[in-house]
Ligand binder design. Sequence first.
Ligand code: DC
Length: 264
Amino acid sequence: MWAKIHQSLTRTEGRSPFGEMLDNGDICAVTVHMHLRSPIVVTIDGWSSCGKSTLARQLAQRLDYLYIDSGAMYRAITLYFLRHQVDFSDPLAVAEALRHIHLSFVWNNLLGQSEMHLNDENVEQEIRGLAVAQQVSEVAAIADVRTFAIDQQRLMGQHKGIVMDGRDIGTVVFPQAELKIFMTADMDVRVQRRYQEMAQKNPSVDLQEVRKNLEQRDYLDSHRIVSPLRQAADAVLIDNTFISREEQLQLAWQWVKDREGHSS
Ligand code: DC
């Protein structure tokens, strides 16, 4: 009697690890299918306030992947520029300021989320305010700022197993990503979502101002010369105007599962 073991390193989600066992008289052949998950890079790009970060965070949690909010990096850089009155139009001043900026994501155990730290200070709350929101698109359009942020984003994704959301993640930062998602939603729905999010922190926030800010950011993000927001040719689209968070999560999770077995 002999046993022949095939180790088939394919993903066999949902199956028994013992794919088949043949008993043919004194000949027994056993085929073992091992579950091997190859983590991938997931990019989520799209318009402001489309729920990118909600999906990215939930997806990363469900997959046990790292979640990186690339917008938080541009926001933290903007905060530094505002605090130090850096003249955005002066390339030398921008380059000098960038030399003094250290960005890191630090896990907050209590809240179960990673938070943006600027030079070791937790700025997670401050970067979400209107002052930063009004300037961030202008700062994010500066070529040196983008190079600075993109270099760090690529390092974070070098071992895969990452979900990163932003505007140019699938087109510029990780053009080889295994799964690219592009998100959109109806403008009225986006304004309402953003308004409700901001009103929780600041009850006097004005709905029209929120709309104006979103429209301005859409325009600037999609018309800038460096890395404008656009859907990558190989990205899958999620329009979440009418679908729930659970539905979009299930959709994206399935896309990841379909791809995890095929990446190298
Ligand atoms: O996703 P967010 O709203 O936090 O992004 C803040 C700003 O940063 C937004 O106006 C666009 C810019 N951004 C960008 O240019 N590229 C990215 N990868 C992420 C954000």
